[in-house]
Ligand binder design. Sequence first.
Ligand code: GLU
Length: 561
Amino acid sequence: MDYKRLAELLFPNVTQTPADMESLYPARQLPEGAKVTRFAPSPTGFVHFGGLFPTTVAERLAHQSGGVLYLRIEDTDARREVAGAAEGLIKTLSRYGIDFDEGAILDESGKVSDKGIYGPYKQSLRGPVYHVYAKQLVSEGKAYPCFTEAAELEEILSVNKKEEIKNTDWQAEAEARRAEMLKAREITMDEVEKNIAAGNPFVLRILADGDSERKIKFTDLVKGAMEIPENDEDFVLLKSDGIPTYHFAHAVDDHLMGTTHVIRGEEWLPSLAKHLQLFRYLGFKTPKYLHIAQIMRLDENGNKKKLSKRDMGANMDDYTEMGYCPEAVCEYVMTLLNSNYEEWRMQNPEKSYKEFPFNIKKMSVSGCLFDFAKLEDVSKNVISKMDADKVTDAVTAWALEFDAPFGKLLSENRDMAKAIFSIGRGGKKPRKDLATWRDAKPYMGFFFDEYYEVESPYPDKFPKEDIKSVLTEFLATYEPADDMTVWFDKIKSIAEKNGYTTDMKAYKASPESFKGNVADVSMFLRLAVTGKVNSPDMYSVMQILGKEKVEARILTMIEKL
Ligand code: GLU
């Protein structure tokens, strides 16, 4: 077969050569050790927690090494594309600390446009580039056209779709296709000419030189050394509309765009042999690979399951409504990504997670477990370290979007809100009441009469008379100008007077000798003033509420008793 002639027949309009491409995409001038990584989403929907994961790795590796992180839109499957998804992805990722240096980015008008000289960064705009390399492969006898309908079928039953046809006999299907494939390899120039003259579409297949009985040694930077069977499948490079498959586009783009490290989900591992073959055929240097394990979750029975698209916590956009702050989510992702992160955090409580020396070797090989309880924990810590201004602004912004009346109250009473969020903030042991902005209302809503509500009655064991008398005596002596010690001394003396001890030691030794202790007396006041059994520091609460409200609430309670 005259491969050069075949190449001309198939790609008569391609005049550029791989050498032309190399000069259009010059090697990057970066410092030694700088890594070039990318996020390469198919714009089919939202950012999944499982997608934020590899992307954070890509961001860290690039920026920690003085390299480049770029965004490439893999929109070669028009059937699956969702309008506006690319814009959404970019915005969401930016919220989670992932900002791209290059690639498809948002311009001022909010539309996706290219930044950088290695574009276009949208695969649908790169047709001519792929065709240059397709032509090269054909002219070297490494790829051939396939005009049969079965080829179309294969395109539809591509790797990703295997799942869906589980019910058919996959083995028989594979054998039939192999026979088909071997027959297709034998195509003659005559047949090609006839088909082309008739305007018949073709798919371009690689001519695989592998033997699945033989193994290739390969080292994945996360998974370590492995042996994978060679590829013996003549997989499709170009679909009949001339659009490349993921495999082909991956090799061409990551080569031309100078990617040094490909970070992607482990669902691509089964395709790796194909990719290695392609890089070899094309004469490209293979990038380093990091295949990241799927994120798991525990189901109701405690079994590990893949965190699927529909699971709670999968869609990153939901976190905003749930009220998680991005800093906390990033912090949580870091704890999952590197096993020594939490230790580092303890030693460096004030530093940004971006200062952590991220280490590929400390990544989990087998997959991380997604756990809301852990996220909440991390989040409480993160929020506890923020200053009151930041918390006030964030809670207000969240509420304005998701709980407008509450948001309005907060913004109209900003000073008061800030004073509330200042309670127990700063110092060595800050309060950890908030895991999400959504937690703010249950925590401090009682400051506003609109949300003040007595949540539970006084425990029956305390005589109503005692409670009444405590509340009444407190009112009689209450003086907002008192400092905290004087204020508390007054409560203590009210306690003693009513037979509630202030001597906690004595109380613990024989609780039956007392009606109760000073903590119970504080609870009488707390329930009246805040409506709750637990609340932030009562002295601060009363200071912020002010004399009028404190007295009014206590009076109402006395009347109710
Ligand atoms: N478009 C592919 C995906 O969304 C990209 C995989 C890769 O990072 O190479 O799965």
